[in-house]
Write a new protein. Structure first.
Length: 335
């Protein structure tokens, strides 16, 4: 009886000790998580406060500039809409890709070409093939995108806020930008998976994949059906749902075109978003279908990519040393 009682006391003491250790661990975890959350919240609030101050300081300038343009165009809504949806984003697209095409054709400046993702590819690019891509992109822009802007114009006009004389607040623009990005990720991922089905791939998407080592302008080198489904609708849908201001639309369209150009450019340039994810898609075809990679992770369509050196390089380059040198491929290893 005494032995059982001692054993019982011992067990109870151990249980109390374990409970105390668990409670202490929970308190430490709560402190760490609480502190971390506080730090993150503080940093986010500081960043937002800083950006808000910059916006407030320049807000009067942008508002005044917008009103000058508005009155210069006499409030002609279609003209304003055309400038915001076609001309400004188009200039951003061709300005950026014009620089890239010079590097692709001439191999200069070396500041750009030394960051090539697939060494030996497009070095230099096939000029005839590049001109064919440019021709296709221009056809898509003029004969597919522009006609699609007509119904979009009337939808935006129906909302009634698109051509307002007052610009949206910086806070609201950030909210819209987040929603646009989320909608684009969802629509692009699933329409992209759709055109990879055997029948659609053969007759539609195969055109885009003629470039296993893409260049910037190839971002819009596609069959007209694909250009509608995967290139244009995912970008247009967010502003149409939100009834966004034309300045917000122009900014979003320009950012979307520049981002997709960077994803296809074939160069992992310093301080720009990483193109490794989509470049790997062109290399392997059945991996990395999305924009952000969130849905690829959830659907497991990036598992091969995550086992490669390209995944290690998939980050913003914060130095001038090419990642192909700091994180080189393993010799003789097929990815």
């Amino acid at each position: 009886f005494q032995m059982k009682r001692d054993s019982g006391y011992s067990t109870m003491a151990e249980q109390q000790k374990q409970e105390k250790q668990l409670w202490d661990a929970m308190k430490i975890s709560a402190r760490v998580l609480g502190t971390g959350l506080l730090v993150i919240t503080t940093l986010v609030n500081f960043g937002f406060w800083y950006m808000q101050n910059i916006w407030d300081a320049s807000g009067h300038f942008w508002q005044t500039t917008w009103l000058k343009l508005y009155y210069l165009l006499e409030g002609e809504e279609w003209t304003i809409f055309f400038l915001g949806t076609a001309l400004v984003p188009g200039l951003a697209f061709w300005g950026f890709n014009g620089i890239l095409m010079v590097a692709d054709v001439t191999g200069k400046p070396t500041f750009i070409t030394r960051y090539r993702i697939q060494p030996g590819k497009n070095d230099p690019v096939d000029t005839k093939k590049l001109l064919q891509a440019v021709y296709t992109v221009l056809c898509n822009q003029f004969f597919v995108s522009l006609p699609m802007f007509v119904p979009m114009f009337y939808i935006m006009k129906w909302w009634g806020n698109t051509f307002s004389k007052e610009l949206p607040t910086f806070r609201w623009f950030l909210v819209e930008l987040s929603i646009f990005t989320l909608i684009e990720e969802i629509l692009f991922y699933y329409t992209h998976r759709l055109v990879h089905l055997a029948l659609l791939y053969k007759h539609i998407h195969k055109k885009h994949h003629e470039w296993t080592a893409p260049v910037g302008v190839v971002s819009m080198y596609a069959h007209p059906v694909e250009h509608i489904l995967s290139n244009t609708l995912p970008v247009m849908t967010g502003p149409m749902i939100m009834g966004s201001h034309i300045v917000s639309i122009a900014t979003w369209f320009s950012l979307a075109l520049l981002t997709t150009s960077i994803s296809h450019c074939g160069y992992h340039l310093p301080f720009l978003p990483s193109p490794e994810f989509h470049d790997f898609h062109h290399l392997k075809f059945n991996q990395c279908y999305g924009v952000l990679g969130v849905l690829d992770y959830l659907h497991g369509t990036d598992t091969v990519f995550r086992q490669t050196k390209a995944y290690e390089r998939h980050r913003v380059l914060l130095s001038l040393t090419p990642l192909s040198k700091s994180i080189p491929e393993v010799p003789g290893r097929a990815e």
